[in-house]
Design a protein. Structure first.
Length: 85
């Protein structure tokens, strides 16, 4: 185990951190690790919430046009055709 230094932490924040760790019956290192993990999970959840909560990224008309374009490209390129040779 080694000692790490965090710069820019004022005395009030440090004492609050220590008391929060004590309230949770954790050593400060364990509590710090939990905080980091919690923040990472929260960040990932927010990302997916933002991605999945978008209302209609494209309009119905654009979706129909996109389907037509994809269908014609697949047909031109020979996708879904079986070659026996």
């Amino acid at each position: 185990m080694s000692t790490k230094t965090i710069k820019g932490v004022n005395e009030n924040t440090w004492s609050e951190f220590k008391s929060m760790a004590a309230e949770n019956k954790k050593k400060m290192g364990e509590f710090f690790s939990e905080l980091v993990d919690f923040y990472k999970k929260k960040k990932v959840k927010k990302f997916w919430k933002d991605v999945l909560s978008v209302k209609e990224p494209i309009s119905d008309y654009e979706a129909i046009q996109l389907r037509k374009t994809v269908k014609s490209l697949r047909k031109e390129s020979g996708f879904r055709k079986i070659k026996w040779d």
